[in-house]
Design a protein around this ligand. Structure first.
Ligand code: NI
Length: 524
């Protein structure tokens, strides 16, 4: 999170004016999209070789300056599927002029952490979508700005949890990529700042140690280091992404431009376990111990309920959409906290639908993903982290798709055959990389904007015609609540609710070609 005004955990000291100035100034340096794309590819490639690591786009453009650091970043992520009751909260906008998609975890029992993540995400979105105070973000008149925030769970063991947020800002004047780690301490029910891993007396020697490690690197800027680490309060502010490796070494990551000249990229340093020990607070020592020797599970004093599979709809039947009226409802960006309810509604109304899934969510909601297919629905690919593919390099586009297909296949045994690029954003370069038919839509409910169930039901009932593909997002409770009336109204009019593949029947859909509706369906 790189907003200079992002709220910090409650105990964090106020940021010094000099640091605010420095950071803000440095953020104005241009980062080429190519550099960012390369970082994503690299992390995606790493993760496919170790599927159990459940790693994500936590890479940094400057990773080349610390090759050993990358491995540690990969190995110390926790599998969200192992956390009972975990939900993913999504905050997104599909507006053509201001696109953002942010996901963060709500860990049962860690309310202070969820709150800190929520505030940080909102602050970043506010800055990005903000009203013309900078040339960055949506107010800067850039072409198709995009903000993408994703997460990794770094630790979830005993009474300690740690979540890293990775922010990618695809505006030309934006800073590009930044990472921040957020902590939860079950002993105090608080979300401590990164600096609270250390004792107050340790900040000065820690600053010295950081300077020693960074001073001799390519791109070192001793004057900048002196400013950023001038006082204990400055050092505390500079510590935004602290974590432990699996063998207890301390890892500290700095965003591009934070502690070295921007072209040198992000910086990563490590302090060996035994050296780190003397710097750590009680919380820091407990965290280090849990990193080395994790408890079998997370114990935050609550008993979360597991996500059980909802009742299954009878499997999809033969429906000939040339002879009967058909509608294909599609639900993007899930699975999420409201998907189970939606599956129940579809089952109660004997309706089928298509779900375009975000790979990162599939990793958490494996049971629900299986339940979608078991109930006769179709699942398609909606990229790993809801990326605007027109902003990604060819290799990135391929990994966004393949990683998601792998997650779905691993959860269900079924590999998707349809893709829907986020925001419906495709161009010739993207098409060339897509090996599946591209399914867009003919009715856009804009439910990300209209959080009003009766409006959404009215609009759909007024607008949809046989053969249409209707766009919803099952990450919104209001969208799910609109569905019963839509199903009942159209069913009474003789419609059938089918999957996208059923809508097209025997028609062969071609890879890389865009489909919006089946114009050959009944009555069109
Ligand atoms: Ni989407």
């Amino acid at each position: 999170m790189h907003s200079p005004d992002a709220p910090r955990p409650a105990t964090r000291s106020a940021r010094s004016p000099m640091y605010r100035f420095l950071r803000h100034g440095l953020l104005q340096h241009r980062v080429s999209v190519g550099v960012l794309a390369a970082a994503t590819v690299m992390t995606a490639a790493c993760s496919t070789t170790s599927p159990t690591a459940a790693s994500g786009p936590s890479g940094t453009p400057g990773a080349s300056s610390s090759p050993s650091g990358r491995k540690d970043l990969q190995s110390r992520t926790a599998d969200p599927a192992a956390l009972t009751g975990l939900h993913i909260i999504t905050n997104s906008s599909e507006s053509g002029r201001c696109r953002y998609a942010a996901r963060y975890p709500a860990i049962p029992g860690a309310d202070a952490l969820t709150d800190a993540l929520s505030k940080a995400v909102q602050a970043d979105i506010d800055r990005f979508a903000g009203s013309g105070d900078s040339e960055s973000g949506c107010a800067g008149g850039q072409d198709r700005p995009e903000l993408n925030i994703s997460f990794e769970i770094l630790q979830a063991s005993g009474d300690v949890a740690a979540v890293r947020l990775t922010t990618l800002d695809y505006t030309a004047a934006g800073s590009g990529l930044s990472t921040t780690t957020y902590w939860y301490d079950g002993a105090t029910h608080t979300s401590p700042a990164n600096a609270e891993l250390f004792t107050g007396q340790a900040l000065k020697p820690l600053a010295t140690r950081i300077k020693e490690q960074l001073a001799h690197r390519e791109g070192a800027d001793p004057a900048l280091l002196d400013q950023v680490l001038a006082t204990d309060s400055d050092t505390a502010d500079a510590l935004r992404d602290v974590s432990f490796t699996a063998n207890g070494d301390l890892a500290i990551d700095f965003d591009r431009g934070a502690v070295a000249v921007p072209p040198a990229g992000a910086q990563h340093i490590e302090i060996p376990r035994t050296d780190a020990l003397s710097l750590l607070s009680d919380f820091g020592r407990r965290t280090q111990q849990l990193a080395v020797d994790p408890s079998p599970g997370l114990d935050l004093g609550v008993t979360p309920t597991a996500d059980t599979a909802p009742i299954a709809t009878p499997a999809a039947r033969e429906v000939n959409c040339r002879k009967v009226k058909c509608l294909a409802l599609t639900f993007d960006d899930g699975p999420g906290p409201h998907t189970k309810r939606l599956l129940e509604i579809l089952a109660e109304n004997d309706a089928h639908a298509t779900f375009f899934l975000v790979g990162q969510n599939v990793r958490t909601y494996r049971t629900l993903t299986r339940a979608e297919l078991d109930a006769g629905h179709q699942v398609g690919n909606h990229t790993w982290d809801h990326a605007d593919l027109t902003h990604r390099k060819a290799a990135d586009v391929r990994s966004e798709i393949s990683r998601t297909n792998q997650a779905i296949t691993s959860a269900t045994g079924t590999t998707p055959t349809l893709v829907r690029p986020p925001y419906g954003a495709v161009n010739t370069a993207v098409r060339r990389q897509l090996t599946m038919p591209i399914i867009l839509w003919s009715v856009d409910t804009e439910d990300w904007k209209h959080h009003d169930s009766s409006y959404l039901a009215d609009y759909t009932i007024r607008t949809a015609r046989p053969g249409d593909i209707v766009l919803f997002h099952d990450i919104h409770a209001t969208s799910v609540a609109a569905i019963p009336r839509i199903l009942q109204t159209f069913t009474a009019r003789g419609y059938h609710f089918v999957t996208v593949s059923q809508l097209y029947g025997n028609r062969k859909l071609r890879a890389g070609v865009t489909y919006h509706a089946n114009e050959q369906a009944y009555g069109r």
